[in-house]
Design a protein around this ligand. Structure first.
Ligand code: S3P
Length: 191
């Protein structure tokens, strides 16, 4: 099935985007969902909605552990909801229970990016608690060391590099298709 055909594919599992801060999970996820004509949901937004405050405030007032607990609960709930595209926060896939749930109910896609790209993209926002103190490059490099082995458990790995989002979305669609994760609608059979 070509990327074009995949645009109207049937999805029966949640597509879950994982990867470090700055990898483009939200932007690419939104485009991917639009292309597949399925709902898009951002886990960080949902955590904020559930808590009634920003992630920044959550870290400051309640601490990271409370945020992680909320993040785990919210993702579990979303995975039980309608299939679509779910962008997770960079640390979500580090939780063993969350990884297990995603394995059971979703298709995980790691958006892998180089350190230089991540550093540049993360510089555009200043609301990420983990990057509040210290040197962003050093923090991201440390997180890469801790997290890349676990992101590597994802069903699909896509190198985003500095490619345009459109190219990355096409690559994801091709991978989903090649992996048999999408079933074409009747109307695609003549493509
Ligand atoms: C985090 C990443 C953030 C957010 C929180 C913690 C992390 O999401 O969940 O600040 O641990 O890497 P993004 O990856 O969407 O920036």
């Amino acid at each position: 099935m070509s990327s074009k055909a995949a645009a109207s594919a049937v999805l029966d599992r949640m597509i879950v985007l994982v990867g470090l801060m700055g990898a483009g999970k939200t932007t690419i996820g939104r485009r991917l969902a639009a292309q597949l004509e399925v709902p898009f949901v951002d886990a960080d937004d949902e955590v904020e909605r559930a808590a009634g405050c920003s992630i920044k405030d959550m870290f400051e007032v309640h601490g990271e552990a409370a945020f992680r607990e909320g993040e785990k609960r919210v993702i579990a709930r979303l995975l039980d909801g309608p299939a679509g595209v779910l962008a997770t926060g960079g640390g979500a896939f580090m939780n063993e229970e969350t990884r297990e749930r995603i394995r059971e109910k979703g298709i995980s896609i790691w958006l892998r990016a180089d350190l230089d790209v991540l550093v540049r993209r993360c510089a555009r926002r200043d609301d990420r608690p983990l990057l509040k103190d210290g040197d962003t490059r050093e923090t991201l490099e440390n997180l890469m060391g801790q997290r890349y082995p676990l992101y590597g458990e994802a069903n699909i790995i896509v190198d985003t590099g500095d490619k345009p989002h459109r190219t990355v979305v096409d690559k994801i669609l091709d991978e989903l298709s090649a992996g048999g994760y999408l079933s074409a609608n009747q109307s695609d059979t003549n493509d």
